[in-house]
Design a protein around this ligand. Structure first.
Ligand SMILES: [Zn+2]
Ligand SMILES: [Zn+2]
Ligand SMILES: [Zn+2]
Length: 755
């Protein structure tokens, strides 16, 4: 007989790991114990024959539960004591041995639970909060470690006898499932009118579905926060929702009954179907089908729509007694604020927006929005990495001993911790311009540090001196007496892409809306060389005036006035659009005068796309981030390049003015679709050409594309073709968002590599 002690690191709590260890230990006739540790790891001690132990250790690493992830197993062989008679799951230990283990993300309802939910004689038939060791909320319910019920928001519900028996029965699939519950002991759900009175209904969830079908707006409490829901076939409730939510144009995500139903209004490729039905179940951006017949109010002016499938028992039941194919299901967050998670706040803030509330009585520990993914070719591109992903780590190539934190920029912020070659990112935080969102980031960042048990020895932050995230980084750095490392915005994007693919030499094309440049000006169309010497800006888009600075971001006609102000016909053309200017003709005349004087200048690719969108009358006021560029992309869908001009490279600058003048001069001569396509094509071809020239000069073989514009399908596709036709390798993000949601990752990478 011998003894072995194993310490397992990774995602091993909340995924049925101890029951799994119990099963393989007893199958191998081993005695000993398994327990959770306070650092999110698991400790196993076994005694038995050397042969059984070695088989056990192998099985532990090859047959583990599907949602678990083992990062490391440390095996030691202390001498055997003969103290055990059987194998047991022991009470968790608070001990923290190693840093870097983490709890799992929320896991969508599994097939077994779904089957029980639908089985008449099952004791959890119709029970909305049905979960097991393989599924259910995790990240959103855990307050502290180790993962046991008393440290989750399930502690408010005492298990009944039946649930408790299942919890203790090694042969049951709810053996040691911390979220086990049933209708008699677990969370319950009620339907409440807006003014607070309870609707007397025996079946509140299906009643809610019927109300949605009749045109009501509901606030529905989910696992990670509140959603606002409405019908997708009626336009009135969506219009009302938009008005009260101050989202006049922003696309709204929908939740569809099932995959087959999705196919009735959107095109679904096999890779998309696979992700939509996986345990992650994110929102996937799909192309609308021709003859799309849900309300046009859902995603106005866009050729795609964000769709997810039901991911809890509650969501599934919502569809039971309606003929609606899908419901609008959008995060309930007041403008510029995080998603609402607490009941009191929901009732106070949403009373004027909704007709009813569908609420359960389980508290939410961590708020978490739905994730959003778009497939470009067959590559999943994360537009928002949150539920189902956070805080599961991403493997990354950085120095092993580094422990570095990144805190993001200003928009779409996340925080990211890199430790021992793994990057742990928080859920989506949002734009941290307001106090509420900034507070949320502080809490989520500290929670991440507690969960992983890591203490950063570097903190990466943006170069911008006044961002809230800059203050947060300085504060965290000071607390741990470490250094805050300023990282230029586009440098962070490119460094992140390089680390994701483990390359150390690359020409990075980085296009987005805005990043504070090394010279203090507004950058956003950059070609950056990354190699062993660090990073260097080698090319950029032509500088263009932004009349009035930031205001030009909201009103893209100001970009047009700035770029085309010297063209004689532009004055009259702008006057025809005077309704889009708050001060009409007076403002236009002032703008044209200003166009000739010094203005803040920008190399932003986003602003060029905005200008084209305005010239083509696709968008004259930006009501959500990226709106003009997204509408341009949708308008260009299916178009062809009628411009075909060669890229104009002028020293370090890639010219954009001649293309913009050409588009303007050809209005009416070609279709909006072809003009829109031609503009995107020119930008992609000229960026690609410019980058390949740099790569060829230096003998580099790899070109990468990052930044928010890398979510654009047409531009990414043309860029890929341009680069690959030169025999070079083209890289895009796969695990980290290309937009500013991935900025914290890049900052942490640079910080980790800094001396
Ligand atoms: Zn399950
Ligand atoms: Zn029960
Ligand atoms: Zn960016």
């Amino acid at each position: 007989m011998t003894r072995a002690r194993l310490v397992v690191k990774g995602i091993v709590q909340g995924v049925g790991f101890r029951p799994f260890v119990y099963r393989i230990a007893t199958a191998n006739r081993l005695v000993g114990f398994v327990r959770n540790l306070g650092d999110a790891g698991v400790e196993v001690v076994v005694e038995g024959t050397p042969h059984s132990i070695s088989r056990f250790v192998t099985q532990l690493q090859t047959e583990q539960p599907p949602t678990s992830r083992i990062h490391q197993v440390d095996v030691t062989h202390p001498s055997e004591t003969g103290e055990f008679n059987d194998f047991r799951i022991l009470k968790s230990s608070e001990a923290r041995v190693h840093a870097g283990s983490v709890i799992p993300p929320d896991i969508a309802i599994c097939d077994n639970c779904l089957r029980e939910l639908r089985t008449n004689r099952d004791r959890r038939h119709d029970y909305f909060f049905i979960t097991c060791t393989d599924c259910g909320p995790r990240y959103t319910i855990i307050d502290a470690l180790p993962y046991d019920r008393p440290r989750t928001t399930m502690r408010d519900f005492e298990m009944c006898k039946k649930c408790s028996n299942e919890y203790k029965d090694p042969s049951n699939r709810r053996f040691h499932a911390q979220t086990v519950a049933c209708a008699s002991c677990g969370p319950s759900v009620i339907l409440v009118r807006r003014e607070g009175s309870r609707v007397d209904s025996a079946d509140p969830i299906r009643e809610a579905g019927r109300l949605l079908e009749r045109g009501c707006i509901l606030a529905i409490k989910g696992n990670g926060g509140y959603h606002l829901a409405s019908s997708t076939s009626l336009t009135e409730p969506i219009a009302r929702l938009r008005k009260t939510k101050f989202r006049l144009q922003k696309p709204l995500a929908v939740m569809a009954r099932d995959l087959e139903t999705v196919r009735s209004f959107a095109e679904v490729a096999p890779v998309e179907a696979e992700l939509m039905t996986s345990y992650v179940k994110p929102i996937v951006l799909l192309r609308k089908r021709s003859g799309f017949n849900l309300s046009e109010q859902i995603a106005p002016g866009l050729h795609n729509i964000g769709v997810m499938l039901p991911y809890t028992g509650l969501h599934n039941m919502l569809f039971d007694e309606t003929s609606e194919r899908a419901f609008v299901m959008t995060s309930a967050n007041p403008p510029e604020e995080p998603i609402i998670k607490d009941d009191e706040e929901a009732f106070a803030r949403l009373r004027d927006v909704v007709d009813y509330f569908l609420v359960h009585n389980r508290r939410i520990s961590q708020r978490c929005d739905d994730s959003v993914v778009r497939f470009l070719d067959s590559t999943p591109t994360l537009l928002r990495r949150s539920r189902g992903y956070a805080p599961a780590p991403i493997t990354v190539a950085v120095p092993k001993d580094a422990c570095a934190l990144g805190v993001g920029g200003e928009l779409n912020v996340t925080s990211c911790l890199i430790y021992h070659g793994r990057a742990y990112m928080t859920q989506h935080i949002g734009d941290v311009e307001t106090l509420q969102t900034f507070q949320f980031q502080k809490e989520a960042t500290r929670h991440l540090l507690t969960l992983t048990g890591c203490k950063p020895n570097m903190v990466g932050r943006d170069l911008h001196p006044l961002f809230n995230t800059t203050k947060l980084a300085e504060e965290l750095a000071q607390e741990s007496s470490v250094r805050a490392v300023p990282v230029q915005h586009h440098h962070a994007h490119v460094a992140g892409l390089m680390a994701e693919h483990n390359v150390d030499e690359m020409v990075g094309i980085c296009c987005d809306g805005y990043g504070y440049g090394e010279d203090g000006s507004a950058w956003g169309g950059e070609i950056i060389l990354g190699d062993h010497n660090g990073h260097k800006r080698v090319r950029h888009l032509e500088l263009q005036p932004m009349i009035g600075g930031d205001v030009a971001t909201k009103y893209p006609l100001r970009m047009v006035a700035g770029i085309l102000g010297d063209q004689p016909e532009v004055g009259d053309w702008l006057l025809e659009r005077r309704q889009y200017f708050r001060h009409g003709e007076e403002e236009i005349n002032m703008l044209l005068k200003q166009a000739r004087s010094t203005q803040p200048m920008t190399t932003s690719c986003g602003r060029v796309l905005d200008a084209i969108s305005a010239i083509l009358d696709l968008c004259h006021e930006r009501t959500y981030e990226g709106e003009p560029a997204m509408k341009l992309e949708s308008a260009a869908f299916g178009g062809k390049d009628v411009l075909g001009i060669e890229p104009m490279l002028n020293g370090k600058a890639i010219e954009t003015s001649p293309m913009i003048r050409w588009i303007f001069a050809n209005l009416g001569r070609f279709s909006v679709r072809d003009l829109a396509y031609s503009a995107q094509s020119y930008l992609a071809r000229s960026l690609g050409k410019s980058a390949t020239i740099v790569a060829n000069e230096l003998g580099l073989k790899t070109i990468g594309f990052t930044g928010g514009v890398a979510c654009n399908e047409a531009i990414t596709g043309i860029l890929r073709a341009t680069v690959e036709s030169e025999g070079l390798r083209f890289l895009v993000h796969q695990s980290v968002p290309p937009g500013d949601g991935g900025l914290s990752f890049g900052q942490a990478v640079v910080a980790a590599q800094s001396p």
